[in-house]
Design a protein. Structure first.
Ligand code: UDX
Length: 435
């Protein structure tokens, strides 16, 4: 068996990307310190309490904790005790659409002041093109001694809900650096994954990340626009997507029409790419349209419900699914938030259920909506059920039982999960998107 070289790694940021990256690198045999300035989060992690739900993550943390995986609040400790430093802190959107890179700037200065031996600094957070360059300039400006360092960009493509799987089974690994040494270290580090590694310069690696997420978002908006035409023409978008996807040049993924994309990546990354393109001198009109289609898709769905129920005031609507996608409790930019707010504004009352994110949703909606204990509790006496997230649990629903609990048997399927004919056969009125 081939023995791979192991490294001392620090991952800065214990968010979705950082924590998964830290746990997975420790699983590969590296010694990893995961640092975060959120004291509460680190103290919970040290008690083995996960800050969010992600399949298989807890298992990996439990397995490697205090053997190869450590959690700390001290950036200083993390910097001094590692050869490779991954920056995986948040880059939240600002009002103007640009990314807030202040955390990265602070960390770059800290690293500069604490350089005690050669370090490879790797940006993992999604950042605008030319951020790597800025990190390098900052470290050069603030460093106090002659210690060498390198910078690399190694964008992360993991999806929430399958992040651990994605880490160990990547389609490709992208490494952007101008240093031979950095290239060798990262090739060694990732060797156990046996994936294709694309080596390029930093700016190109950063653009690869922008372009990947924007292209996927564009695919979703494209099929959502086609879905609207299908509604107008009386065609079926599911069949259109299936036929499109069989063409290898198009591919079958990310062609599911529905209420649009959400989450902390696509909306924010698209905005940041639009912003940086404009700043560099190019108006990326295509992406503006992608964003517009996505934003109007939620209202389009509510209009369809209104068309069926006529007046929403005093109607009870059951919402099944709140998270922006299944297998996560993440509600950031979830389409459910806008949809529920539209419905509340029209005077509807809401009873909601999500297998994982009821607790997180309580912080957003407070007592403006009723949080149900389960599917059947949510739908009781409702005028309509809206499916907003395609959880497996919902696919096994006993529709005969549901029908008896509803006031009127109307289903609005925001993720095109069900078959219209089957539900109509059972006596439901069905609202789909393009189907
Ligand atoms: C995305 C990228 O896929 C990942 O590579 C990157 O690292 C982070 O951003 P994530 O946000 O976790 O990952 O979710 P993803 O599975 O890509 O879905 C994003 C959104 O698009 C979800 O709201 C999902 O419901 C929606 N979607 C996805 C559709 O509406 N239709 C589709 O066909 C696919």
């Amino acid at each position: 068996m081939k023995i791979y070289k192991n490294y001392n790694i620090t991952v800065i940021g214990a968010g979705h990307v950082g924590l998964v990256t830290a746990a997975c690198f420790s699983e590969l045999g590296n010694k990893v310190i995961c640092v975060d300035n959120d004291k509460n989060k680190i103290s919970k992690l040290n008690k083995l309490i996960m800050p969010f739900y992600e399949p298989d993550l807890e298992k990996l943390v439990l397995k490697n904790f205090k053997k190869r995986l450590f959690f700390s609040n001290s950036l200083d400790y993390g910097i001094r005790n590692s050869q490779i430093i991954f920056i995986a802190v948040g880059t939240p959107p600002k009002e103007d659409g640009s990314s807030d890179l202040s955390a990265i700037e602070i960390i770059s200065r800290e690293i500069a002041l604490k350089l005690n031996s050669y370090k490879l600094i790797v940006e993992k957070s999604t950042v605008p093109v030319q951020t790597g360059q800025k990190i390098k300039e900052t470290i050069l400006r603030y460093k106090k001694n002659n210690v060498e360092f390198d910078i690399a960009s190694n964008p992360e493509f993991l999806r929430e809900g399958s992040a651990v799987y994605d880490f160990f089974n990547p389609d490709r690994i992208v490494v952007g650096t101008d240093s031979k040494k950095a290239k060798e270290i990262l090739k060694n580090l990732y060797a156990p994954l046996k994936s294709k590694i694309i080596i390029t310069d930093i700016n190109t690696a950063e653009i690869i990340k922008h372009a990947s997420n924007s292209f996927l978002a564009a695919k979703i908006s494209f099929i959502n626009a086609v879905a609207r035409i299908c509604d107008l023409a009386g065609a079926n978008v599911k069949d259109v997507a299936y036929a499109l996807g069989l063409d290898k040049r198009i591919g079958k993924y990310f062609l599911d029409a529905g209420i649009g994309y959400g989450g902390f990546c696509f909306p924010k990354d698209l905005e940041a790419f639009l912003y940086i393109s404009k700043k560099l001198g190019y108006e990326f009109g295509l992406l503006s349209e992608v964003k517009k289609i996505n934003e109007t898709q939620k209202l389009y769905f509510v209009e369809k419900i209104k068309e069926k129920l006529w007046i929403l005031k005093d109607k009870k609507i059951a919402i099944l699914g709140l998270s922006f996608k299944p297998n996560t409790d993440d509600l950031r930019f979830a389409p459910s938030i806008d949809i529920i707010n539209y419905l509340l504004k029209e005077g509807a009352s809401i009873s909601a259920y999500d297998p994982k994110s009821n607790e997180a949703a309580k912080k957003i909606f407070k007592d403006n909506i009723y949080f149900a204990k389960n599917i059947y509790d949510a739908v009781k006496n409702s005028d309509c059920i809206c499916f907003l997230t395609e959880w497996e649990e919902f696919k096994k629903i006993d529709f005969k039982k549901i029908k008896k609990l509803l006031k009127t048997p109307i289903i609005a399927d925001g993720r095109n999960m069900f078959n219209r004919k089957e539900l109509e056969f059972l006596g439901f009125e069905y609202i789909g998107i393009g189907t």
